[in-house]
Design a protein around this ligand. Structure first.
Ligand code: CP3
Length: 356
């Protein structure tokens, strides 16, 4: 099989003969092969063994036939290098013993040393660059989303401690955003040098902010990250996470190629709010995968019909896969997207050539 660059072409709004698809959290507990490996090793133990991390990254590509791989890692991994001890607790998420609460806590954060502390990540990327026949997406957590774990100490629903710091101690907040921004820039640049073919910045929880607060407290750092990485040729994705529909109108200044949408806005409405500059990615509600196959297909058909109306569309879920997802339905969905989008794009082409 020759190299499949559909995903890269769609990021660049080039023509494609079918819609590329990958899934956030496509390597994970819904996959029985992954669960077998997890019986022996924790997430962090897998990440520290490049051969194994590469194998886990490849599993969904082989099982599902998706058009891109996403590096097996976690958004928390780089924070070990800036001096934060954390653990990823099963069924909970990232947990930090000494959360960040004061100016001193932020001052103590060190610059990231990717080669020194995270060489296993770069080695995993190099292995995958040799083995993959689809593009490798690498990723980082965005400053707000990482800060929410660093400040709360564990997953939160209200982000009360994060917002308390943000509103009450803006100088500390901005210093934290600056340091996490620097971390992300250095980390992603190293990924791209090691062979990454695109990256996604995951801002999973930033939808907890109003558009004005997003603009004031977060957007400057997001702009800086994409500005400083704009010399890189690889496509760049910003995913503003769940409930981010209201933020879309204020993202226009970000030098990303693609914006990820959650399922609360349609693809057409998302594009309208973004103002047309970006390719878009998304946005099936992951829990639609609990429905019978014909219902899943009907949802996917509507999303694809919307997506292919303009160049630059990548199928994905509106958020990550969940552990109870059925591998069979996921395979069925992937095959459906490939088959249906190819027919639909061909039909569209015929209609357009008929017009001229
Ligand atoms: O997408 C992929 O397949 C690549 C791997 C990946 C993981 N985490 C592995 C993982 C990616 C892209 C992430 C990113 C990540 N991690 C995000 C952003 C994406 C999102 O979902 O919004 C966030 C917020 C985290 C933090 C985190 N890590 C959470 C909330 C959890 C879930 C805790 C749980 O057990 O339910 C984790 C753990 C984690 N990271 C798992 C995986 C496969 C599940 C637990 C495990 O298998 O050990």
């Amino acid at each position: 099989m020759s190299y499949n660059d559909l995903f890269i072409r769609a990021c660049r709004k080039e023509s494609v003969d079918r819609v590329p698809v990958w899934y956030m959290r496509q390597a994970g507990r819904y996959d029985p092969d992954y669960r077998k490996i997890k019986e022996k090793y924790s997430l962090l133990e897998i990440c520290r063994q490049p051969e194994l991390a590469a194998e886990v990254t490849l599993q969904p590509v082989k099982r599902l036939g998706v058009d891109a791989a996403i590096l097996y890692s976690d958004i928390m991994n780089p924070v070990a290098s800036i001096g934060i001890d954390f653990d990823i607790v099963p069924n909970v998420g990232p947990v930090i013993d000494n959360p960040i609460r004061s100016a001193g806590d932020v001052e103590r954060l060190k610059p990231i040393d990717v080669e020194g502390d995270l060489s296993h990540v770069l080695e995993t990327i190099r292995i995958l660059d040799r083995e993959l026949e689809v593009p490798l997406i690498t990723f980082a957590g965005a400053p707000f989303t990482i800060a929410s774990y660093l400040i709360e100490g564990r997953p939160s629903k209200s982000y009360i401690k994060t917002k308390t710091l943000m509103y009450s101690e803006p100088a500390i907040w901005y210093q934290l955003m600056d340091k996490l921004g620097d971390m992300v820039i250095t980390y992603l640049r190293a990924h791209m040098a090691a062979g990454g073919k695109a990256f996604q910045l995951f801002d999973s929880w930033v939808g907890a902010l109003s558009p004005n607060d997003f603009k004031r407290y977060v957007l400057p750092t997001i702009e800086r990250i994409f500005d400083e990485l704009s010399d890189l040729p690889q496509p760049k994705i910003y995913f503003p996470g769940v409930a981010s529909g209201e933020l879309l109108p204020v993202l226009g200044s970000i030098k990303a190629d693609v914006i990820g949408l959650d399922w609360r806005v349609s693809i057409a409405e998302g594009r309208r709010r973004l103002g047309g500059a970006f390719a878009v990615q998304g946005n099936l509600d992951p829990y639609v995968l609990t429905a019978p196959m014909d219902v899943i297909e009907a949802y996917a058909r509507d999303i694809i019909n919307d997506g292919i109306k303009e160049p630059g569309y990548i199928f994905n879920l509106g958020h990550g896969l969940f552990p109870e997802a059925s591998p069979d339905k996921l395979l069925g969905l992937t095959e459906f997207i490939h088959r249906y989008s190819e027919e639909a794009i061909a039909r569209l082409g015929r209609k357009e050539s008929h017009h001229v």
